[in-house]
Design a protein around this ligand. Structure first.
Ligand code: PRT
Ligand code: ZN
Length: 283
């Protein structure tokens, strides 16, 4: 049984559950407890605060975890970052009051910077040779300059709306973050095999994203012309129809191209065109 830690509630919770469910790992949310078993896969889900996930995985309390890269980078646990997951995108930025005349990183010399990510910031300032005063505060970092607690902030930004409404402007991006799948460094052979199975399933879903399954009826004589405009995974599938001289042709097409392809297919004599959703693609 493999155990994964995900965020109990918050920005990454829904997408984490969706990702597992797309991989066929269903969790009954109505019967949710701190530790819940999937009904369809040998996996337990441990619901934690995001701050606690890196340590839980490093200590082996959980084998895997889904957490923001920002949280992983801030803690010093030795974790394997298995893959980036494409959701929870944000960036860790330095921001200053908009009244300030910002002239580059030297501006931060001797300034007080409020943040909940002191380690990432300290490392960045050290690399850049800036000596600033880092104030580690737990929440509402964005109000620190207006109440006189700090000269600038270092915080997570996504749309930038919070900065604007607090009279701040983003001046440096230090880390681009998104949710990542992390793993304990010393997983057993069996658990590693389960991890590969999960990754295999995630890949199948990922590959099918933005793709559609298209099928149509076609005069036999037009097959070559259609195959030229519809390259499939290998090549399109062609099946004979009961009606002589006609066949059914199946292929996979990217959603972005679908309307353009349909126009071309109709010109070539295709009829009864069906476009279907594609859930998984396994080469
Ligand atoms: O309760 P728990 O400790 O688990 O949750 P949390 O409150 O610490 O975290 P949560 O749910 O807010 O965020 C979880 C993760 O989502 C973060 O660690 C990031 O990896 C990621 N993420 C993505 C974000 C944002 N986008 C984001 N916008 N985390 C926080 N924010 C904040 C930002 O700091 C700002 O204050 O949301 C506010 C709105 O941002 P703007 O720029 O869109 O205005
Ligand atoms: Zn948190």
């Amino acid at each position: 049984m493999i155990r994964i830690a995900i965020q109990a509630k918050g920005r990454l919770n829904e997408d984490s559950i969706r990702l597992l469910s797309e991989a066929g790992i269903r969790i009954d949310e109505s019967k949710r407890m701190l530790l819940s078993r999937s009904s369809s896969f040998p996996m337990e889900v441990l619901y934690l605060r995001d701050d606690d996930i890196p340590q839980a995985v490093a200590d082996g309390v959980a084998d895997l975890g889904i957490v923001g890269l920002n949280e992983v980078a801030e803690r010093t646990f030795d974790l394997e970052i298995v893959r980036k997951l494409g959701f929870g995108r944000c960036r860790l930025c330095l921001a200053v009051p908009k009244s300030v005349e910002y002239n580059g990183l030297a501006w931060f010399e001797g300034k007080r910077v409020a943040t909940s990510y002191p380690r990432i910031l300290a490392k960045f300032f050290t690399e850049k040779g800036v000596r600033a005063d880092i104030h580690d505060i737990a929440g509402s970092v964005e109000i620190a300059p207006s109440v006189g607690m700090a000269d600038a902030i270092f915080d997570i930004v996504s749309s930038g709306g919070t900065l604007v409404s607090n009279g701040l402007v983003e001046v440096e991006t230090v880390l681009a973050s998104e949710a990542v799948l992390v793993a304990n460094r010393s997983l057993s052979e069996e658990k590693r095999a389960v991890l590969y199975e999960i990754l295999f399933r995630m890949d199948a879903v990922e590959r099918s994203r933005g793709m559609k399954y298209i099928l149509m009826n076609l005069p036999q004589g037009k097959v070559d012309a259609v195959v030229r405009i519809l390259p499939g995974m290998k090549s399109p599938t062609v099946l004979p129809l009961a009606q002589k001289g006609w066949c059914s042709l199946h292929a996979v097409v990217s959603e972005a191209e679908i309307w353009e392809k349909i126009v071309q297919l109709k010109e070539l004599g295709a009829e009864d065109i069906l476009v279907l959703a594609l859930e998984k693609m396994i080469p």
